[in-house]
Design a protein around this ligand. Structure first.
Ligand code: BGC
Length: 408
């Protein structure tokens, strides 16, 4: 049995665009319209229903909630901020605090205001200045109520999907642009980190904790060849750890936020970029989520152990499964929480665990079919129904204890 210490964060995560609805002033909205992808539309109507959703989170024993601010709402035109929208997010944060939920606030979760896109988006160095102005405005507004900040969600997923694979807006396939975007995201983070801390110091507020949410995958070799060992090393280095190392070397990480979902089975057959970095094998014998991603709880433990070298606390800022089988959801949650707890017992300082996601929501280019929620959403009536897996997770949240050996 492992007991989590007092103050250990247990809860769930969401992002503005995926749950709020009608974020019609950003790149994703336009992209869905232009490409014929499923439209996000009303999403979960969380923009209106957030109090009801937070009531459920509280009832389920959560003491923390990760959410994101929609940049395109609070700065609808370049340099013009909407006090009404900023006030909305103040109310959202207070609604969390009133219910005893610690807010973990993400400043950028994949979407960009349309005006920013017209000015060149994350490709142009100027984006760093625009981002800082927005970060400054939001930090000034919310600092009194927020201790945990995440500047950018999954920078490398944004870079790879939007600028290399070309499957997300702006659908570029350019290594040169991808490199510029990655650089701007890194420097945007470093500068935002310093700015947020400056604001807290200037205001005489108790210190805050700033990081980003870094996607991490377990890379496992499909056989024991030297080539596959090399490929695992390279993928770990470039996809999992390099961005963290760069931020850490600038002293701009107070903890490491990791988003962990699955395993990638590394299958390099010859020397060359594609084989060393991208080639994978399929293992039919491992359980998968409804998008076909391998379920591999051991990977969370292995990654957390590798992260010890950074000597920083770790927050599991996302971990979750899309499935129509709620028993599988519970198995996924309990096995991953156990994995995290084992890493904690092995000396990793862990701040908390946030399940993705509180609600079923809009899964980007995959639309509404994947169901990640602890809470089911009926997209016609917007009725919420708490899943059995959520109730079982609630037992951990309420008791602060996970039974490590039984199938709790
Ligand atoms: C993202 C979420 C997404 C989830 C499941 C993460 O990559 O931060 O926005 O919905 O994984 O794919």
């Amino acid at each position: 049995m492992i007991a989590f210490p007092k103050g250990f964060l247990l809860g769930a995560a969401t992002s503005s665009y995926q749950v709020e609805g009608n974020n019609d002033n950003c790149d994703w909205w336009e992209w869905e319209k232009a490409t014929g992808h499923e439209r996000s539309g009303d999403a979960c109507r969380h923009y209106e229903l957030y109090e009801q959703d937070f009531d459920l989170a509280k009832e389920l024993g959560h003491n923390a909630h990760r959410l994101s601010i929609e940049w395109s709402r609070v700065e609808p035109q370049e340099g013009t901020f909407s006090e009404i929208e900023i006030e909305h997010y103040r109310r959202v944060i207070r609604a969390l605090k009133d219910r005893g939920l610690e807010p973990v606030v993400t400043l950028h979760h994949f979407t960009n205001p349309l005006w920013l896109v017209k000015l060149g988006g994350w490709e142009k160095q100027e984006v760093q200045g625009y981002f800082l102005r927005y970060v400054s405005k939001i930090t000034e507004a919310l600092s009194g109520d927020v201790r945990f900040w995440m500047t950018i969600n999954e920078p490398l997923i944004y870079v790879s999907h939007a600028y290399i694979l070309g499957v997300w807006p702006p659908q570029e396939k350019s290594v040169r642009k991808a490199k510029q975007v990655e650089r701007n995201l890194l420097h945007g983070h470093i500068r935002a980190y310093n700015l947020i801390h400056d604001i807290y110091r200037k205001k005489g507020l108790a210190d805050c904790f700033v990081s980003f949410a870094k996607n991490m995958q377990a890379f496992v070799a499909c056989d024991n060849t030297i080539l596959n060992k090399l490929a695992v090393y390279l993928r770990n280095r470039f996809f999992n750890f390099e961005f963290v190392e760069q931020a850490k070397s600038k002293g701009s990480l107070d903890f490491i936020g990791i988003n962990y979902y699955s395993r990638s089975l590394v299958n390099a057959k010859k020397v060359g970029f594609h084989d060393l970095f991208l080639r994978t094998a399929v293992d039919e014998n491992i359980k998968k989520n409804s998008l076909g991603w391998d379920i591999y709880p051991q990977g969370l433990y292995d990654l957390m152990i590798k992260l010890r070298k950074f000597q920083l606390p770790v927050l599991i800022s996302e971990n979750g499964i899309c499935t129509s089988d709620d028993n599988l959801r519970w198995e996924y949650i309990s096995e991953h929480v156990k994995s995290m707890a084992r890493a904690k017992s092995s000396g990793v300082e862990v701040l908390g665990y946030l399940y993705w996601s509180l609600l079923d929501n809009f899964e980007w280019d995959k639309g509404y079919a994947p169901r990640f929620g602890l809470i089911e959403v009926d997209y016609k009536s917007f009725k919420r129904s708490v899943r059995e897996s959520a109730r079982k997770f609630a037992e951990i949240c309420h008791s602060g204890v996970i039974n490590n050996d039984t199938n709790q």
